[in-house]
Ligand binder design. Structure first.
Ligand SMILES: *Cc1c(COP(=O)(O)O)cnc(C)c1O
Length: 405
């Protein structure tokens, strides 16, 4: 079908709640995707980190095919092998606890909200979250999300959420009351502009939660599954959360979410208190188990560390060469470049040069290549960015000359 026909169908029949570029994608493999005309793109933002181990990873595709021949779905009133195995796998890589399976990041966070409310009910029902955070698009998740633009127009919002500035321990301490049941944050704010939690801050938050019997929820929907050079980002900080939420790359491209809770609190959710029809289906669990297998057997976390340090070395070179790059931030293969100018144009120029990236908060370019990325692909991406930054410098200079004349 003509790609223009595809776009037309969206225009006529798909609710228009996304900003889309006119690019119809047809195929993907590793760090590459191809459009309907067969043009190849280097993907440094694979599905907002969903395709974390690369597009159509062989192990994931095989596992899905195999499982699809056996059983697609069973209700959670029965057992099936792969859900148990996947829960065991997640716990093996995190902390002693139990897992609730769902289908997305927002749902994983909803499960966390319900868990902590059930624990605190009725007297302790407040959850503190961070400014510029992002936790998903359900009503409770947008309320937890510390950004007005995601909330406006959807009032009344559910109560019981308090926002405080990120990386500001005093502000957090001040916000804690006897009603506080949980503190929730991303170890690195993704949508918030790739802002990494400070080490001492994280340690203080952990201590505070321990002392005041507050539940620490870490949203690892974006930072999990090896992205930051450890299986889960919190491991970089030498602390452990009480609850962790996962989704995005958990299924290697297949939708699956999970809420992981420490043993002592997990059993608060008893039969009938929480559920989701599709959660932890055989197909989703098979895809996720294959994702873990790929990460383990192909030493992808090791690659995230090595390729990540190379990526940051090259990005810091770019910063030295281009004054429009104000700061390079991130960890592992999660990188943000804060610019002194709007990033929209840069994004578009990269797209023209067949490099897919993201721009968040207006002026932060975000790069999150798949864990399988190679040095020469990083070189290619950096070369394109270099070209585009130079072009941008020309535009700025021309404008200034125009003003001066
Ligand atoms: C993407 C994201 C979510 C929401 O996940 P969905 O699957 O879109 O519901 C939640 N938290 C963080 C940190 C995210 O990056």
């Amino acid at each position: 079908m003509d790609y223009r026909k595809t776009i037309r169908l969206y225009y006529d029949y798909v609710i228009n709640c996304y900003t889309r570029v006119p690019l119809v994608l047809e195929r993907g493999k590793g760090t590459r995707v191809w459009d309907a005309q067969g043009v190849e793109y280097l993907d440094f933002f694979p599905g907002w980190a969903v395709s974390g181990i690369g597009h159509c990873h062989r192990r994931v595709v095989e596992a899905i095919k195999r499982q699809a021949e056996e059983l697609l779905h069973v209700s959670n009133n029965y057992y099936h092998e792969s859900q148990g195995l996947l829960a065991e796998k997640i716990i093996h890589h995190s902390f002693p606890g139990k897992v609730f399976f769902c289908n997305s990041g927002a749902e994983a966070n909803e499960a966390a909200f319900k868990l902590v409310r059930k624990i605190g009910n009725p007297s302790r029902n407040e959850i503190i979250t961070m400014d510029r955070s992002f936790h998903g698009r359900t009503l409770a998740a947008v309320t937890a999300t510390g950004q007005k633009k995601y909330q406006e127009g959807f009032e009344p919002l559910p109560g019981g959420f308090v926002n405080v500035p990120f990386n500001d321990f005093e502000a957090l301490e001040r916000a804690v009351t006897p009603k506080t049941i949980a503190i929730m944050m991303e170890p690195i704010q993704g949508e918030g502009g790739v802002r990494v939690a400070d080490h001492p801050y994280m340690a203080s938050v952990r201590r505070l939660c321990h002392d005041k019997k507050i539940i620490l929820i870490l949203d690892e929907v974006q930072t999990g599954m090896g992205r930051t050079g450890r299986m889960f980002c919190y491991k970089n900080f030498g602390i452990e959360p009480d609850v962790m939420t996962l989704a995005k790359s958990l299924g290697g491209g297949f939708p699956i979410g999970a809420m992981v809770a420490k043993k002592e609190i997990a059993d608060v959710l008893t039969p009938g208190t929480h559920a989701t029809t599709f959660g932890g289906s055989p197909l989703a669990c098979a895809a996720s188990l294959a994702t873990f297998e790929a990460i383990e057997k192909e030493k992808l976390i090791n690659n995230a560390v090595i390729a990540g340090s190379y990526l940051f070395k090259r990005l810091n070179e770019l910063k030295r060469q281009h004054v429009i790059v104000k700061e390079v931030r991130g960890l592992g293969l999660m990188a943000g470049l804060e610019l002194t100018i709007e990033g929209k144009n840069i994004y578009e120029e990269c797209l023209k040069r067949k490099l897919l990236i993201n721009c968040t908060q207006g002026n932060v370019l975000r790069l999150m290549p798949a864990l399988v990325v190679k040095e020469k692909e990083i070189d290619r991406a950096v070369q394109i960015l270099d070209e585009v930054f130079s072009l941008e410098k020309e535009i700025v200079l021309t404008k200034e000359r125009g003003k001066a004349a």
